[in-house]
Design a protein around this ligand. Sequence first.
Ligand SMILES: NC(=O)c1ccc[n+]([C@@H]2O[C@H](COP(=O)([O-])OP(=O)(O)OC[C@H]3O[C@@H](n4cnc5c(N)ncnc54)[C@H](OP(=O)(O)O)[C@@H]3O)[C@@H](O)[C@H]2O)c1
Length: 282
Amino acid sequence: MAKILIAGCGYVGEALANLLLADGHEVWGLRRNPRSLRAGIEIIAADLAQPEDLRDLPGGLDVVFYLVSPNGSEDALYRRAYVDGLRGLVAALHLQRQKPRLLFASSTAVYDQSDGEWVDESSETAPDHWSGKRLLEGEQIALQALPSASVIRFGGIYGPRRTSLIDSVRSGRAVYRSDPPQYTNRIHRDDCAGALRHLMGLENPESIYLGVDNEPAEKRAVLLWLAGVMGSPEPRAVDKKEASKRSRGNKRCRNARLVQSGYTFCYPTFREGYSAVLEGMV
Ligand SMILES: NC(=O)c1ccc[n+]([C@@H]2O[C@H](COP(=O)([O-])OP(=O)(O)OC[C@H]3O[C@@H](n4cnc5c(N)ncnc54)[C@H](OP(=O)(O)O)[C@@H]3O)[C@@H](O)[C@H]2O)c1
């Protein structure tokens, strides 16, 4: 049985906690407002960016997951979530002479590729936007702080209650660009949790993994598939200028490293994943 801290115990964190508790581990969930966390998780109400909140971390931690998200789209909030919070946690662990295994959730936003190129863990990361820059700073802090740390770069996370794409198709707001094709890299929440649990169990993990499903898909294909399944009106094609107002970057993320490490996806593509989400909505 391992002693595990989930820092930023939110959407993915709770799903991960469910898996770890079922495996018989001891799990602490840390967030600023932890009222709603399920029974079985030991609750820590703390702000990671406030050092005084981290004085009493549980001792003897084997693994720490850092799954914090900013609660808004501003550089200062990203810095607080991915840089200041992580620095605060690393400093607290250091002071308490704890050297757990650290798993840091990052994002495919660290890639700036925009011509539909394939990217993997060895591809260039030169983000132009502050969001990718702060994520990359967080990755570097994690990897430098603890030699056994790993980073997993998730694509767009969807699942129960995270249904923005479904809602946009249903309401007729969904649009896509077809020339050049626009790709979307996605992963179901349960595969985020499953992949994190899997990485925790690897003896010699790599330092970076891409966390996306098996099929980077054209956004057009995903929207048309959803519209077909739900009987909604066909989403609209828009020109490049209109589409670029709504999304940054355009790449296809390869998950071969994660798959070769032994992880099997619950939802290998958007079809299985969204079918399960839609079933849960009826
Ligand atoms: N959502 C996506 O599509 C996506 C894509 C790529 C990568 N990711 C990454 O995947 C991970 C999991 O995402 P998620 O959707 O599960 O995140 P989430 O639920 O939106 O947020 C995670 C938790 O972070 C906590 N938090 C934020 N700031 C904090 C602070 N200063 N101190 C303590 N706790 C703090 C929040 O709780 P309180 O507000 O109660 O503190 C929240 O419960 C994140 O690292 C995210 O960056 C997400």
